[in-house]
Design a protein around this ligand. Structure first.
Ligand SMILES: NC(=O)c1ccc[n+]([C@@H]2O[C@H](COP(=O)([O-])OP(=O)(O)OC[C@H]3O[C@@H](n4cnc5c(N)ncnc54)[C@H](O)[C@@H]3O)[C@@H](O)[C@H]2O)c1
Length: 342
């Protein structure tokens, strides 16, 4: 393996970061995972070395970059629960903004000049007509979205002043799981629609709700743009190649340009699993817009990114396969304990 292929994946033990590590390895890179395992999983690190460390530890980051001869950094590490960001914003400004500043300092110290950053569709806020393009003025409506926007602005300044090139990838709704079932989505608490609906379908949670069925949408429920996590992973590799070959740093929406309503998701779950999902209807949540769908044109034109796995059937089927596997593994654990006790 050439030393020119090492990439530091900060937050590589998490949902999206681990899928990127797998895709990097398949594309001939050597992912070096840097993670504090606050929300990540040790058994998601399978495609390269791991350094257990915190993003606030600038010297450990700089040493890791130098020691491994890293050519670029992919940065996934963040706190990302919207509700928690409202109740505890300090945690978000500290982990996301101050944490990223520490990473940028370390990169400058180690003379690493290429960064791909996990931004979010949350930078756009709530009032939109039609597809949302990157030229829209971002107006985030919660501290989580604001931290992502501040980081984007910080990255633009670092690019101008220090030639540290960056691509900010604004993910819409990350979803699905690795098609071979190696890794998948396992957040605690889980707040995302599809995994929560699948947990409800498995009977593992009894508080699954549709928030608002009176939106001005065809079936009254909110519409979002779901993008398969394996497509996100491919987009990171395209962004990395784009920057390394001198592409201009920018923000890129990662979405499909198509939206699906909550009821459409539930119908697809029923089709894929043959089961019904129990749910309650609750009032709309503050700040939840009726429709959020990406204009994917810039990522297509500049990065050559076209989603391959983001049809609803592949998303739901891969997520369901993963959830069934996790639940089977969890179901085996207490049995073994009982056998030992007997
Ligand atoms: N999941 C989504 O739908 C979605 C949508 C838009 C943006 N994002 C962004 O994508 C990124 C990855 O999201 P995810 O769903 O994989 O989250 P995740 O929680 O599964 O992964 C985040 C990883 O970062 C690590 N981490 C957190 N703080 C750290 C610190 N201080 N030092 C070192 N490691 C740290 C965690 O242990 C974890 O492994 C985040 O930045 C998130 O804001 C996610």
């Amino acid at each position: 393996m050439s030393d020119n292929n090492r990439v530091l994946v900060v937050g590589g033990a998490g949902y999206i970061g681990s899928h990127c590590c797998k895709a990097l390895a398949a594309a001939g890179y050597r992912p070096v995972c840097f993670d504090n395992f606050s929300t990540g999983h040790r058994d998601f690190v399978k495609w390269g070395p791991v350094i257990e460390g915190d993003i606030h530890d600038q010297s450990r980051l700089a040493d890791s970059i130098k020691q491994h001869g890293v050519i670029a950094v992919l940065h996934f590490a963040a706190s990302s629960l919207v509700g928690e960001s409202v109740s505890d914003p300090q945690k978000y400004y500290h982990n996301n903004v101050a944490g990223t500043l520490s990473l940028l300092r370390a990169m400058r110290q180690a003379q690493c000049k290429t960064l791909v950053f996990s931004s979010s569709g949350a930078v756009y806020g709530e009032s939109h007509q039609g597809l949302i393009s990157e030229s829209e003025i971002p107006r985030p409506v919660n501290p989580y979205g604001r931290t992502k926007l501040i980081i984007e602005e910080m990255l633009a300044d670092f690019q101008k002043a220090y030639a540290l090139a960056s691509a900010c990838l604004r993910y819409f709704n990350a979803s699905g799981a690795d098609l071979s079932g190696d890794i998948g989505e396992d957040h605690d608490p889980e707040t995302h629609l599809i995994p929560r609906a699948l947990l409800a379908t498995q009977g593992k949670i009894d508080d699954f709700a549709i928030y608002g069925d009176d939106y001005d949408t065809p079936d009254g429920t909110a519409i979002r743009d779901y993008i398969h996590v394996m497509d996100l992973a491919r987009a990171h590799i395209l962004a990395l190649k784009y920057l390394v070959s001198g592409g201009a740093g920018s923000c890129f929406n990662l979405g499909t340009g198509r939206g699906h309503s909550v009821r459409q998701i539930l119908r697809q779950i029923s089709t894929e699993t043959g089961k019904k999902t129990s749910f309650a209807i609750k009032p709309r949540r503050q700040g939840d817009p009726p429709v959020l769908v990406a204009d994917p044109a810039r990522a297509k034109a500049s990065l050559g990114f076209v989603p391959k796995y983001s049809d609803l059937s592949t998303i739901v089927r891969s997520a369901w396969t993963w959830h069934e596997r996790v639940q089977r593994a969890k179901a085996r654990e207490p049995k073994q304990t009982v056998q030992l006790l007997l």
